[in-house]
Design a protein around this ligand. Structure first.
Ligand code: URA
Length: 233
């Protein structure tokens, strides 16, 4: 791919703007040698204003989504893209969220521009476990784990029952839920179905991958090892 297109596709500017960055000598190789638009150079060797280029297409990220951010590009409030460098929103192919977390849910959100990877993660056949920790408004009654594990729980306005889900009690009003599907507001609706209310919801893990010590609001690029850990369940 031509350098101008490659750099424009990473969101650094329109092709016209990137062409003028070349003319201004802002695009160099790792030794500081000025590059020209038709040079052939490895992605890893390119610098813009001395900084390495953002990762190429095939990007996968883990974001620690704080409460208050929406998984959308267009919401009028804060959106998860606000947590990333602004040019990430302008990349081609597009960087999209892998599934969604509600505005009021915190935790691990995956993002990628790789359609096949996205499909592998969200596909119901992958049955990748998603782990949630819920803080509840009322004490657990004792029957919830059996109800969620039954595979017969039918949520309001749905016509097929939920797949069995595992629940561990973490405290009188705290539970860890492991889902292998992702229906709209699923955890909140599951607790509503058993007469409770979720006050806070956090997702610490997807598949074999945990947030670890990534602080809220921060993100990191996933490498090949992270991706194999993700699917290693
Ligand atoms: N279930 C919910 O209710 N909300 C989420 O964000 C994810 C799962």
């Amino acid at each position: 791919m031509k350098l101008v297109k490659l750099i424009a596709n990473l969101g650094y500017g329109s092709r016209k703007q990137v062409a003028s960055m070349f003319r201004e000598g802002r695009i160099t190789d790792a030794t500081g040698e000025v590059l020209y638009a038709d040079d052939r150079v490895d992605h890893a060797a390119i610098r813009i204003d001395g900084e390495p280029l953002d990762p190429p297409a095939g990007l996968a990220l883990m974001v620690h989504k704080p409460v208050g951010y929406t998984c959308s590009t267009k919401d009028s409030g804060r959106v998860v893209y606000d947590l990333l460098p602004p040019r990430f929103r302008l990349r081609a192919p597009l960087l999209s969220t892998v599934g969604r977390l509600d505005r009021d849910t915190s935790g691990m959100l995956l993002m990628t521009d790789d359609g096949q990877l996205l499909h592998r993660i969200v596909s119901p056949r992958a049955r990748l476990p998603k782990v949630y920790e819920a803080t509840l408004a009322s004490d657990l009654r004792g029957g919830e784990a059996a109800t969620f594990a039954s595979g017969t729980l039918l949520l309001e306005s749905e016509n097929s029952p939920l797949a069995p889900a595992a629940m561990e009690v973490l405290g009188p009003r705290q539970a860890r839920i492991t889902l292998t599907e992702g229906r709209y507001h699923q955890v909140r609706r599951m607790f509503a179905a058993v007469g409770n209310h979720v006050e806070a919801l956090h997702r610490p893990r997807v598949g074999g991958l945990s947030l670890g010590d990534l602080p809220a609001g921060q993100w990191r690029v996933l490498d090949a090892d992270d991706l194999s850990t993700l699917f290693d369940v």
